[in-house]
Design a binder for this molecule. Sequence first.
Ligand code: DGL
Length: 264
Amino acid sequence: MSDKRPIGIFDSGVGGLTVVKEMRRVLPGEDIIYFGDTAHVPYGAKSKETIKRFSIENVNFLLKYNVKLIVVACNTSSSVALPLLRRSFKVPIVGVVMPGARRAAALSGYGKIGLIGTRTTISSGAYEKALKKVAPKLKVISKPCPLFVSLAEEGWTSHRLTRLIAKEYLAPLKKAKVKSLILGCTHYPLLYQVIKREMGKGVRLVDSARSVADETAIILRERSLLTSARKGGMQKFFVSDEPMRFAGLGKRFLGKKLKYVRKA
Ligand code: DGL
C-alpha cells in the first residue's frame, strides 16, 4: 500500500516552516502542500472566533489539493480551533498541542512543566487541558512571550536584546523550577539556544515541531496512509499575501531555499 497524496500543513505565516523542516526529516518521501495565511498574520493576539474562521478557510484551501492529512502547525490555531476543525471535516487533522504535551509529560517526571506561547495560546488553556489528560497531577506554569515572534523573524536569534528579553520573560519559569519547557509557538525553535542558555542545563526544552512530526508519522502508519517513497518528497508553498517576503524569511525557518512559492 502506498498513498501518494500530499500532506497539508497550515500556519498563520512563515513560522510553520519549522514544522515542515521536522516533517521532511521524519518523513522525507512525503509531498507537502503548505499554506501560510500571511494576509492575516499574526494570529497570536487575535480573538478565538477570528482564528476559527481563518482556520476553516485554510483547511478548505488545502483540501483543493487532495491532501490525505492536515497538520495545524500554528500553536495558536491548534489551541483554539482544533476541535471545531475535527468536527467540521472528514480528513484526519493533527494539531501541535497534544504531541507537545505528551512529550513534556514524559520528560518531567514529577516536576513542574513550563509553557510559553502567544497570548491567545496561553489564555486558551489548551495545553493545560491536554496535560490534564496525560499527566493529571503535573503543575503547569505558563507565560506569554509575544516579542519572541518578532525577534525570530528579525533574525535576532543571539542578539543581546533577545537575551535580555528572554531573561525577563523566563524569570517566573526559572523561579518555579520547571523540569521541562514547552516551546508552544512555531517561532520559538529559532530561539532555542537563547532559551536553553537562560533556563539552564537541567531544563528539557520541548520543541512542538519535532513532536508533531513524530506523531504524524505514527498516524500515517496506523491508517496505512504512508507513501512508499523513501525520499525526494516535493514541497509547494502557498501564501495569502505577496510571496516575496515569505520566500526570503522562509529560508531561515526551513533551513534551505524555498523553490516553489505562490500566491494562493
Ligand atoms: N504561528 C503562531 C503560533 O504558533 C505564531 C505567529 C502568530 O502569532 O501568528 O502560535
